[in-house]
Every structure is written in C-alpha cells, then in structure tokens.
Design a protein around this ligand. Structure first.
Ligand code: AMP
Length: 219
C-alpha cells in the first residue's frame, strides 16, 4: 500500500502517520525528518538543505526527489510505505508517479488533513519535538509526563528551528502557493480523501480509519 499524507504544516500528518504505521505495518517516510537528521549529522547536503527549511522555505525539488528515490527503493518499502511531507509540489508529484510507474506501482490513496488556520498556528507554536526519536508533544494539549523530556527516550525536548513565528508564516505561504495545488491534482485522479483534522488525535484517527479500511490497510 502506498499512501500520501497531505496537509499544511501542523495539520497532524506526523502524529497520524505514526498511528497509520502501527495499523498498516508499512514504514513512514518523512522528508522533513530526513532533513533534520541529515542536518544533525552535519552532512553537506543536510547543512545545505537546512538553509531552506530552517527559514520555512521548501528545499529544491531535485534534492528532495533524490532522497526519496533512494529511500523508497529500500527493501522495507516492498510491501508499501506512507509518505509524510512528500510530494509538496506538482513537479514532485509528477516525478513520484514516474518513479512508481517504472516499477509497476502506483499511489493507493492521498489523505488530506484539513485544519482551520488559527488552529495551525497554535499547534505549531506550542509544539515540542524529541531530537532523538522524533516524538512530538504540545505544551498544553499533549505535555510529556516529565516536564521538557521525551516519554519514550528521556531526551530533552526542543522546539524545531522552523516552529518560530516568521518561519511558520513562510511555511504556510509556501503551502498555499506550492502544495495546495496538489489537492486538485489528486482529486482529478480520484485519489483524494479529505479528513477533518480540527479535533484531537483520537478523533482524527477515528475519522480516517474508514478510509484505511477502504484501501485495505492492515485489516
Ligand atoms: P515537515 O517536517 O514535513 O514539516 O518538513 C520540514 C521542512 O522540510 C519543510 O518546511 C521544508 O522546508 C522541508 N521539506 C520537507 N519535505 C519537503 C519536500 N517534499 N519538498 C521540499 N521541502 C521539503
């Protein structure tokens, strides 16, 4: 099963992606996470990409596509995978279709997480992340058990460098200009499933479960 998670930053793609992985048993590929890991490792590509993402701008298509191409050809993707944060432009979507077609595969569905704009800003500005295991928290709606530390691995939580007000504004503008056109792109291809993502993580998962069932995922 090949599933794409779409939606603006803060819509819950990462959080729901983790739950979908548990349910469907295929890996989640988050391009944002890959960029953060490469930057933390200090690789030249990671540091170059950081110049874009830390300011809220999209990383150039050719850089992202190269990473995704390599990742989806790994053995653990043979049964399927969930793309979180890719594609983010029509060019990336076209290239993904071509890459999949070359190996006789195709996207099974696209989940679009829809959230009111003011909710997004609240979610992003209060978000805290574990730099070690990528678990996410929120200062009010999902605080960790021990203040400032990850429940899973105990690492001190951080605020992502792009979760500051200036970068958040640019990310939302980038989404509207470059990623939102993918909604029509996938709707035209009969792949788009719209999910109301204004509620709690449990409520959102309940509303997307029927879509997973319809796609035959893990049931
Ligand atoms: P995310 O963790 O999905 O919010 O991604 C964090 C940042 O990484 C984004 O704001 C972009 O700057 C960059 N990024 C992630 N995925 C892509 C992509 N498919 N195309 C371009 N830039 C990306």
């Amino acid at each position: 099963m090949i599933l794409v998670l779409l939606g603006p930053p803060g819509a819950g793609k990462g959080t729901q992606g983790v739950r979908i992985v548990e349910r469907c048993g295929v890996p989640k590929i988050s391009t944002g996470e890959i960029f953060r890991d490469l930057a933390a490792a200090g690789t030249p590509l990671g540091l170059e990409a950081r110049n874009y993402w830390s300011r809220g701008m999209l990383v150039p298509d050719d850089v992202v596509v190269g990473l995704v191409k390599e990742r989806i050809s790994c053995d653990d993707c043979l049964k399927g995978f969930i793309l979180d944060g890719f594609p983010r432009t029509v060019t990336q979507a076209d290239i993904l279709n071509d890459l999949l077609a070359q190996v006789g595969r195709k996207i099974d569905g696209v989940l679009d997480f829809e959230v009111d704009a003011e909710q997004l800003v609240l979610r992003l500005s209060g978000r805290r992340t574990c730099p070690h295991c990528s678990a996410t928290y929120h200062v009010t709606s999902k605080p960790p058990q021990v203040d400032g530390h990850c429940d899973h691995c105990g690492c001190p939580l951080v605020q992502r460098p792009d979760d500051n007000p200036d970068s958040i504004r640019i990310r939302l503008e980038e989404y509207a200009a470059k990623t939102a056109p993918l909604l029509a792109y996938y709707a035209e291809r009969g792949l788009l499933h719209r999910i109301d993502s204004n509620g709690s993580p449990d409520e959102i998962f309940r509303s997307l479960e029927p879509e997973l069932v319809a796609m035959g995922c893990g049931y």
